[in-house]
Write a protein that binds this ligand. Structure first.
Ligand code: 5GP
Ligand code: MN
Ligand code: MN
Length: 473
């Protein structure tokens, strides 16, 4: 599809609808953040998504947009359930419910630094990561089903965490819609061996410190202050989510013609939300979402124990939020209340102040939006704001500009070592070679992405964090 981009404001671009698009595309990015390299298909993907049956308002892209499977990463699309709107596994992504969890320590940077080497030495062998290597929990099928149904709630019930953790998890740490009968055998097999593991490459556990506070009142409500030490964990549903996505894309691909659906790209395989295939995917997806939350809960709990043992201090959960999920949400569109299936793929939900789904202590300030940047630069905490046009969604990271392949070509191991030393960051990768894929230059400038998010009213910055020590997958 030919994409004709119009600059709507210095911060935002529009793609006018041409056949088969049903709605426009809206890209919340200034020119310098657009994926404009020759051959890059991300903007075409925004246009393709606009052709999905039942899509309402627009196909949106966050400022960290980059090329993904079917949907761009940083893509947001809502479909009208009652009007035949579809759900598409490609709009959630392979790593179902991948997300970020932020924990706050009572220590400040000065108090932590003497402990840092010991913390890294202890966490390094303890936190399972890399391709398919070990997990904190080993379990049989029946316990795995408990995880799929109970999420972080189940992990806490089993003693891995405290009740307050669940108050600071999106959806209270588990969704009830999970239907584990829709999770195939191969997915279960892969999942059983990986509960409590980071995964590879882009996934990480990072010790950080708050180097800037933009909004004191919000920061205080989130439990953050200048100089404070935090731990950020980024991971998802591992092989289980990946297998579920693969299985359900295949199922939908086979029945699309029966539902009389045509899409401009096969990777947009989809089915009506209210069809057997649509419901089956959403049930399996919810099970994977619970799995991912239990996964982050276990990793956080293990880290908490290490902090307690080595520093004598605990870690409080700031928030846990997913950036790869589809959710059924009631929203007003054109003055009418409608049930929408909101796909957020590489996009974070960002509820504004006063939203009924927020816990009481966060209601006055809005939802914490966790935005990792890179292992060598910065990460951000934003808060949801009123006036968000993209169904209360915000960016989820800096977003890639170099492919993994290109990053390996541009950056060798000695250069990465030098850069990380210069940045003062203790890096513990599973493989230095594969960590070069994650060199900061492989990503957009996270400060610019956050500025673009703010200018587009997707969120508002609360605090900025910089890395001290990073365990990379
Ligand atoms: P994704 O979920 O798309 O794989 O990654 C989300 C974001 O995490 C990326 O866009 C990137 O900005 C960020 N990121 C990747 N690796 C690291 C890391 O090691 N540390 C931090 N702080 N952020 C990272
Ligand atoms: Mn992931
Ligand atoms: Mn992710």
């Amino acid at each position: 599809m030919n994409v004709h981009l119009v600059e709507e404001t210095p911060w935002r671009h529009r793609i006018d609808p041409v056949d088969p698009m049903r709605v426009p595309g809206v890209v919340f990015a200034p020119h310098e953040l657009l994926p404009l390299d020759p051959g890059d298909k991300a903007l075409e993907q925004v246009a393709n998504v606009a052709a999905l049956p039942g899509i309402v308002r627009a196909s949106y892209a966050m400022p960290d947009i980059h090329w993904g499977y079917g949907f761009p990463i940083g893509g947001v699309a809502a479909t009208d359930v009652v009007a035949g709107g579809v759900v598409s596994p490609g709009g959630v992504g392979f790593d179902i419910c991948c997300g970020v969890r932020l924990l706050a320590s009572p220590l400040d940077r000065r108090g932590l630094l003497p402990h840092l080497p010991a913390l890294m030495d202890r966490l390094d062998p303890l936190i399972p990561r890399g391709l398919g290597r070990g997990a904190l929990w080993r379990m049989g099928r029946s316990q795995l089903h408990e995880v799929l149904r109970g999420g972080a709630r189940y992990a806490v019930e089993r003693g891995h965490g405290v009740a307050r953790d669940l108050e600071r998890c999106e959806d209270g740490g588990a969704v009830t819609e999970a239907d584990d009968r829709q999770v195939g055998d191969r997915a279960l097999e892969r999942g059983a061996a990986q509960v409590g593991s980071l995964g590879s490459a882009n996934h990480f556990l990072e010790i950080q410190t708050v180097d800037r506070v933009y909004d004191e009142r919000c920061a205080e409500a989130f439990g953050l202050r200048l100089g404070q030490v935090c731990v950020m964990i980024h991971c998802g549903s591992r092989g289980l989510g990946h297998q579920i996505c693969t299985d359900h894309v295949r199922l939908m691909d086979a029945v699309m013609h029966r539902h009389r659906i045509t899409v401009p790209d096969r990777q947009l395989a989809c089915a009506p939300v209210e069809s057997a295939e649509g419901r089956a995917y959403l049930g399996a997806m919810a099970a994977a979402a619970n799995y991912a939350r239990a996964n982050r809960q276990l990793l956080a709990d293990e880290t908490r124990h290490v902090f307690e043992e080595l520093t004598g201090t605990g870690l409080d959960l700031v928030y846990d939020v997913s950036h790869n999920l589809a959710k059924l949400e009631r929203r007003t569109v054109d003055g009418e209340e409608r049930l929408l299936c909101v796909h957020r793929k590489g996009a974070t939900r960002a509820l504004p102040p006063g939203h009924p789904d927020l816990p009481a202590d966060l209601a006055p300030v809005g939802q914490p939006v966790l935005v990792p940047g890179t292992m060598g630069t910065a990460s951000y905490v934003l808060t949801g704001t009123d006036g968000n046009l993209a169904f209360d969604s915000c960016c989820h990271g800096a977003g890639r500009v170099w492919s993994r392949h290109r990053a390996q070509r541009e950056c060798d191991v000695p250069r990465l070592r030098t850069e990380m030393t210069r940045a003062g960051v203790a890096l513990r990768p599973t493989s230095w070679r594969s960590a070069t894929e994650e060199v900061p230059q492989a990503y957009k400038d996270v400060d610019a992405v956050v500025t673009a998010s703010t200018e587009n009213r997707l969120g508002r910055p609360v605090a900025r964090l910089v890395p001290l020590g990073v365990l990379k997958g």
